[in-house]
Design a protein. Structure first.
Length: 97
């Protein structure tokens, strides 16, 4: 029609292909299964530290205030949770992503 612009032909990087969307959904489900095997406290700490729910990462001190413990205690709990994740039986499935 002669009214097309270059922008009409450039792919939008923000829009995922069906394959990418499917992979993202599978990855999210696998991560959630692993996180669900952690204690509620461990899961919440990782969610806050890595911004898993709201995209906002929190410092050890901020998380410590939330739980009423020191930042060192949060660091210890976080390290234990990371170790549980590293040794989780489902972790190998995530290596494909």
């Amino acid at each position: 029609d002669g009214k097309s612009t270059l922008q009409d032909f450039i792919a939008d990087d923000k829009i995922l292909s069906p394959d990418q969307e499917s992979s993202r959904r599978i990855l999210r489900d696998q991560v959630n299964m692993i996180l669900n095997d952690l204690s509620e406290k461990e899961r919440k700490i990782l969610e806050m530290r890595h911004g898993l729910n709201d995209g906002i990462t929190h410092t050890l001190e901020e998380v410590g205030r939330e739980f009423g413990v020191t930042r060192e205690r949060i660091r210890q709990i976080e390290a234990k949770a990371h170790e549980k994740i590293r040794s989780h039986e489902r972790i190998n499935r995530l290596k494909n992503y």
